[in-house]
Design a protein around this ligand. Structure first.
Ligand code: C5P
Length: 317
């Protein structure tokens, strides 16, 4: 039976600016997304029946259609019914290393890995743009997860412009394991509070996205200038999450006072990350911040920037 083993990396947001709202309920964004080495391992196996099975070693990960990886197979079956009839369903095993509901695109990267595996398993030979298009139907972050590296993402987050990727920066991540933030809530809260500041004509939206592309943080990324990148981190969603979630604000302050290059909440949170020049410094910061935070439920990870998206580790055909 065919089976594929894949690595599905997480992402952090180095930059997230909300430019406007959209008639479809989403928001126009200018984001800089960065892959990190913290990754899940995904195994996708042909099972010869028309079912989709999901197993995961993390109790909070669902095995039904509320799992984006499940929906990735459903989408492929809908778009390629003949291939589904010929090759049948799949069994997906997810070894979770990426924290769940954390603002790190864990679900999105699992779905991206499943798209890649099913494309190979069903011998579809899809091009990268075709895969990106399917990915965008699953979620705003899924196209980036396929490609990985460093990218400016606009539109809903699905339109990608890759930037010069590098892996010399280290990342400390911290997350309270009891804390969950709903992404739709965060965007809605932002819309209620700051909606009046949106620019609504398409041309201005484009020019604002262009301003980010030719702006200081992209320039700093081009020059691989860690201290400038650290100084220029930005996330509009912090404006609604920090005031309502003191645990996130506290982690942010603890990192800030620990001599890091920069610190920011990732996506809609609640994970907070800090950038460091070296692994030794990142480990030192982890220890220091752990000592400053009385809460024993905060987990820490040390990882680094990655230049890669979904990677196929092995295949048995
Ligand atoms: O695209 P995805 O399903 O990952 O988005 C999750 C939720 O985040 C959406 O339902 C929406 O509420 C919010 N969102 C948004 N604007 C975006 C991306 C996400 O409002 N560009």
């Amino acid at each position: 039976m065919r089976s594929y083993s894949l690595i599905a990396p997480a992402k952090i947001n180095l930059y997230l600016e909300i430019l406007g709202d959209r008639p479809d309920g989403y928001h126009e964004l200018a984001m800089i997304l960065q892959s990190i080495e913290l990754a899940d391992q995904i195994e996708v196996r042909a099972i010869g029946t028309d079912t989709i099975l999901i197993h995961c070693d993390h109790p909070q990960v669902p095995s039904d259609s509320s799992n984006l990886a499940y929906r990735a197979v459903e989408l492929m079956a809908k778009v390629f019914p003949d291939a589904f009839a010929k090759f049948g369903g799949v069994e997906i095993t997810i070894k979770k290393h990426i924290p769940v509901a954390a603002g790190l695109a864990g679900g999105s990267t699992n779905a991206a890995a499943v798209l890649v595996a099913v494309d190979m398993m069903w011998q579809l030979g899809l091009t990268q743009p075709e895969l990106q298009d399917l990915a965008a139907q699953l979620g705003s972050d899924v196209p980036f997860c396929l490609a990985g590296g460093t990218a400016l993402a606009t539109g809903r987050g699905e339109q990608l412009n890759s930037l010069s990727a590098f892996n010399s920066l280290y990342v400390v991540l911290a997350k309270d394991r009891n804390l969950m933030i709903s992404t739709p809530w965060a965007y809605q809260a932002y819309r209620s509070e700051f909606g009046h500041t949106y620019v609504r004509d398409t041309q201005s939206l484009e020019s604002r996205a262009h301003r980010v592309h030719s702006g200081p943080i992209v320039n700093a990324i081009r020059h691989k200038d860690g201290s400038q990148i650290g100084r220029l981190l930005h996330n509009d969603l912090e404006k609604v999450v920090l005031p309502t979630t003191p645990q996130v604000a506290q982690l942010r302050e603890a990192f800030q006072s620990s001599g890091v290059l920069g610190t920011m909440m990732s996506g809609s949170g609640p994970t907070v990350f800090a950038l460091c020049e070296s692994e030794a410094h990142a480990q030192e910061v982890r220890q220091r911040v752990r000592g400053m935070i009385a809460n024993p439920d905060v987990d820490f990870w040390v990882t680094r920037f990655s230049t890669r998206g979904i990677q196929i580790v092995s295949s048995v055909t």
